[in-house]
Design a protein around this ligand. Sequence first.
Ligand SMILES: *Cc1c(COP(=O)(O)O)cnc(C)c1O
Length: 427
Amino acid sequence: MSDGIPGFSTLAIHAGAQPDPATGARATPIYQTTSFVFDDVDHAASLFGLQAFGNIYTRITNPTTAVLEERVAALEGGTAALATASGHSAQLLAFHTMMQPGDNIVAANKLYGGSINQLNHSFKSFGWAVKWANPDDLSTFEAAIDENTKAIFIESLANPGGIVVDIAGISAIAKAKGIPLVVDNTMATPYLCRPIEYGADVVLHSLTKFMGGHGNSMGGIIVDAGNFDWSANGRYPLMSEPRPEYQGVVLHETFGNFAFAIACRVLGLRDLGPAISPFNAFQILTGIETLPLRMQRHCDNAKKVALHLSAHPKVSWVSYAALPEDPNHALQQKYSPKGAGAVFTFGLDGGYDAGVGLVSNVQLFSHLANIGDTRSLIIHPASTTHRQLTDEQKTAAGAGPEVVRLSIGIEDAEDIIADLDQALEQV
Ligand SMILES: *Cc1c(COP(=O)(O)O)cnc(C)c1O
């Protein structure tokens, strides 16, 4: 703590939480209830009319989930947050609050594969289009924006690993066009990078990954930076026009710098419904208490493994921004100086067969499609997540036949390296 402002590790443990007012319980209790009793008829009316804050029904608010929301908002430096059932549902609710049929999102082409599917396919049925831009060439973002563009969407540390995106550069383009910058900060977490400090207007997470951190609970969150003017040009009517179901309340006018989080809750979450369970909120809160310790260990281990693989005779290349010769190293030094995260890719001289051989022979690593567990994880995208693509499409997506993706855990680095060495010996 300095100047009375708690440090990051203190916030990770304490933000949003206090001893339970009913029982004194020190850990945040799991309020495993669907609904909450009203004090009286007037209290009920004021809750339903958005004149008072309070709990009605766990689809919309819950006291355990509220602690998680306050904690992540504090860690990201936002004004408020809304937790959801998964990272994908956080994306759905954030865009639902900005978009009308006929609108489009300009998105970085380096995104989590599931997000590419969501934007390319499911969002189309809402009448929302996507225009892809390349984070290696910021002019492609500017060129893609038109009068129906309602948001720019990027990842800070981007999939499939090893890529750092110029958040401030893209934020300047968004600001010039009067549209919000939405940043998926899942792979970095606020321990490594706080996108709001570089101009992000909304920060999203899959809490399923490093935030929860133990591979046991799904969750997502939307963080409102509180800076964007949703009323400037009438392009965000959910925020700037009277809501008939709330007696004509205008959300941006009434809720000011946390109106976006409120709108995602009282329109999107209320009607689309992907609420997180209080049990999962509790599990993720517990995980966040050790986030700074875990993330530093993830990064330190990942760097050791990346250095080891760079010198391995069967490895043709390693893409990890913490390596000094990596093309993303300068951006990593600016945006994520404590480390480049736990996820990266590398190429095997032996191509497809070597990739299959490696994942078949690891013992400590788990062969599965996830990232951000305490455990070390491995996947060969060409034979799994990307197998439906042509070879050309695979290579364009960074998932060529020779590519292996690792999510380095927090075991002993020597054991992680020994496992890769014994498996590489067999390919
Ligand atoms: C996993 C992931 C998502 C989706 O989150 P879920 O919790 O699986 O719905 C979105 N973005 C990134 C970067 C992810 O890694």
